[in-house]
Design a protein around this ligand. Structure first.
Ligand SMILES: CC(C)(COP(=O)(O)OP(=O)(O)OC[C@H]1O[C@@H](n2cnc3c(N)ncnc32)[C@H](O)[C@@H]1OP(=O)(O)O)[C@@H](O)C(=O)NCCC(=O)NCCS
Length: 167
């Protein structure tokens, strides 16, 4: 019985090791930009241009992270610091073929950790009011809706400003 339990535990550890070795969250670098941009194009009806993503990476590399699996970029998140103390999530996207596997959640958690390490007390973001997947993700991680801004996006859609206190 004990031997059986040990074997099960060993297999479980092996699976965990395999999953975490295959997938990791790390800081982005310039050579990731092509793959990040591919994810961006697949994810938004009005994607950011590649030069904008490049600019975000150059002004705030600490807060630009990617989820990588076996050398491939499956998702990214980018943030900046406002007024020296507010973390602002600018964008997050996960490759459509890899959604629903917890990658988005890991990216947001990793960025929140970076903001916290660097002394941010609050995090904010804007999200389309129709973007249920993203709104649920942020709510799950403790964000609340602070206000709604009319006609925020170029196509006229409103956004919610969502915030979370970091302590
Ligand atoms: C929003 C997005 C980043 C989520 O990434 P993801 O890796 O699929 O999300 P996860 O698997 O980590 O899911 C975490 C939580 O998000 C919410 N969520 C994710 N997908 C959802 C969906 N299709 N419907 C409803 N809620 C969803 C759930 O609360 C989920 O938690 P649960 O699994 O316990 O239910 C992804 O859908 C995406 O890239 N969308 C296009 C780009 C975008 O809209 N970015 C946000 C801009 S503000």
């Amino acid at each position: 019985m004990i031997r059986h339990l040990n074997l099960t535990l060993a297999i479980f550890k092996l699976i965990l090791f395999y999953v975490f070795m295959r997938q990791m969250i790390r800081n982005a670098c310039e050579k990731d930009l092509d793959e990040i941009y591919k994810v961006e194009l697949k994810s938004f009806k009005i994607p950011y241009p590649c030069h904008y993503l490049k600019m975000l990476l150059s002004i705030a590399p600490t807060y630009f992270l990617v989820a990588e699996e076996e050398g491939r970029v499956l998702g990214y998140i980018s943030g900046i610091v406002r007024l020296g103390k507010i973390g602002h999530i600018i964008s997050i996207a996960v490759d459509p073929d890899h959604r629903g596997k917890g990658i988005g959640e890991r990216l947001v958690k990793a960025l929140l950790e970076k903001f916290k390490e660097n002394g941010m007390k609050k995090v904010r973001l804007e999200v389309r009011i129709s973007n249920i997947a993203a709104i649920n993700l942020y709510k799950k991680l403790g964000f609340t809706i602070e206000k709604r801004l009319k006609n925020y996006y170029p196509d006229g859609e409103d956004c919610y400003i969502m915030t979370k206190k970091l302590c």
